[in-house]
Design a binder for this molecule. Structure first.
Ligand code: TRP
Length: 447
């Protein structure tokens, strides 16, 4: 992707596009967040609601975002503006989308920074003394260390801005190699965990569909996470789709993204749960399980510190290919709306997000004031569970009712038009928005 809108950048190939989208989708949401929220929400029932949401809401909306983007060839705000004929409401939706992306990025970058610390310390062998007892306190100490938190957040924002500044070709290449390696590593580590601690507790936890365990909060969280993990609801895929040349199947891309993303999330649980159940470790802070389970378990493996370093480095890469997708909407908005040079836009955007992120970086014990605000939790909760589903619902309705059928059909191949189009169009008009609405009404206690 590069420069201005008369001569919009394009992905180097259709495979490049899928890779960038998978890169955006697979990230901390899969490896850090999904295992811990599934754990908190009691497993099976949560998992199945999540799978239903991915299929009936997530997948159709991915296609909608891409259709909108490729059709309008503009950033999120520009797409809404253009296709709604300058309607104020839809322009506001476009702006809110960009703002939510930036908000997510502000805390996401802090968590991404944690993976860098775990990478460095594993590499130099500092974690060889970690045990299941002291891993939790070590983590607590680390996130409470203000200087380190700000330092890693800064490094991560810098890397994100650097890649957007230099153009994304490099990361396309890196992700192409690193993402499959990450997938294989996650799979292998899951096998080792199963082999070492047994599979039965984990399997029964993940596949016991006991709906009495689920609350309205859990339902909303599962649906919110379906959006979060697929990078939906903010128009990120609108921006990515806008760089995609015609003639390439969006449906194929959507299927790939959904399957890869779900597999990585599921196997991430399989890496950690056997350790938790097998050692009966006490999980005080579930949001830390990526760091407190595996970092210890790696010690038992030959060359454990190297495997650990590789693993956390790959997670950092997965996070990086997600953070660039969170900054890109703002940068392309600044570029296309104010005609400010992309590079300057990148710097303005990154500095703004960096400042916002300080509140999250200092909010885990480093500063009393920020800790009492607990912004990271609140921002995560609010954006994932409210902004994304509501944004996604609006995007779905917009694509459903504001774009002519002919324009939409144009974005599909001939076969897809015959077998897929009607079902998709019906789903994004009625089924996906209605399901999100029902979940929201359920959560606010209407029934
Ligand atoms: N999907 C990413 C993850 O799972 C996070 C992410 C990247 C995202 N871009 C997004 C979430 C846009 C919502 C919207 O880690």
């Amino acid at each position: 992707m590069n420069d201005s809108n008369q001569n919009r950048g394009q992905w180097s190939s259709s495979v490049g596009f899928i890779i960038a989208c998978v890169g955006s989708a697979v990230g901390l949401g899969n490896i850090w967040k999904f295992p811990y929220i599934t754990y908190e929400n009691g497993g099976g029932a949560f998992f199945i609601i999540y799978l239903i949401a991915i299929t009936l809401v997530g997948f159709p909306i991915i296609i909608s975002e891409m259709v909108l983007g490729r059709h309008a060839k503009l950033n999120t705000y520009g797409t809404f503006k253009e296709l709604s004929n300058n309607n104020w409401f839809w322009k506001l939706v476009g702006l809110l989308c960009i703002f939510s992306a930036v908000t997510i990025l502000s805390f996401y970058s802090v968590v991404a920074g944690w993976t860098l610390d775990y990478f460095f310390n594993s590499l130099v062998g500092n974690f060889q003394s970690l045990t299941f007892e002291n891993a939790g306190p070590r983590f607590g100490e680390f996130v409470g260390n203000g200087e380190k938190q700000v330092l890693y957040h800064t490094i991560f924002m810098f890397l994100t801005a650097f890649i957007i500044y230099r153009g994304t070709k490099g990361i396309e290449k890196a992700v192409k190699i690193l993402m499959p390696v990450l997938g294989i590593l996650v799979f292998l580590i899951a096998c080792i965990s199963f082999y070492t601690y047994g599979a039965s507790d984990t399997i029964s936890f993940m596949f016991n569909f006991d709906f009495s365990k689920i609350t309205s909060h859990g339902v909303l969280e599962a649906v919110g996470h379906a959006f979060f993990t697929l990078s939906l609801g903010l128009g990120v895929m609108i921006v990515y789709g806008s760089y995609l040349p015609k003639g390439f199947s969006l449906v194929r891309a959507g299927i790939w993204i959904t399957i890869m993303d779900t597999l990585i999330a599921t196997f991430s649980c399989f890496m950690m749960y056997p350790i938790i159940f097998g050692t009966q470790m006490e999980v005080k802070e579930s949001a830390a399980i990526l760091f407190t389970t595996l970092s210890v378990q790696f010690n038992a493996l030959p060359m454990g510190n190297v495997i650990a370093a590789l693993f956390y480095l790959l997670v950092a890469f997965a996070a990086l290919s997600s953070t660039i997708s969170l900054l890109e909407p703002l940068v392309s908005f600044i570029d296309e709306t104010y005609k400010i040079n992309r590079k300057i836009g990148t710097i303005i955007g990154a500095v703004g997000v960096w400042i916002m992120g300080i509140a999250s970086a200092l909010g885990n014990g480093a500063s009393e004031f920020f800790t009492s605000l607990a912004l990271m939790d609140k921002l995560d909760y609010f954006t994932s569970n409210w902004s994304l589903p509501v944004g996604g619902m609006l995007i779905s309705l917009f694509a459903g009712f504001f774009v002519s059928e002919k324009a939409k059909r144009d974005e599909f191949t001939e076969t897809e038009n015959k077998v897929f189009f009607k079902a998709w169009n019906f789903t994004i008009r009625f089924i996906s928005p209605l399901l999100v609405l029902l979940v929201i009404l359920y959560k606010i206690g209407v029934f």
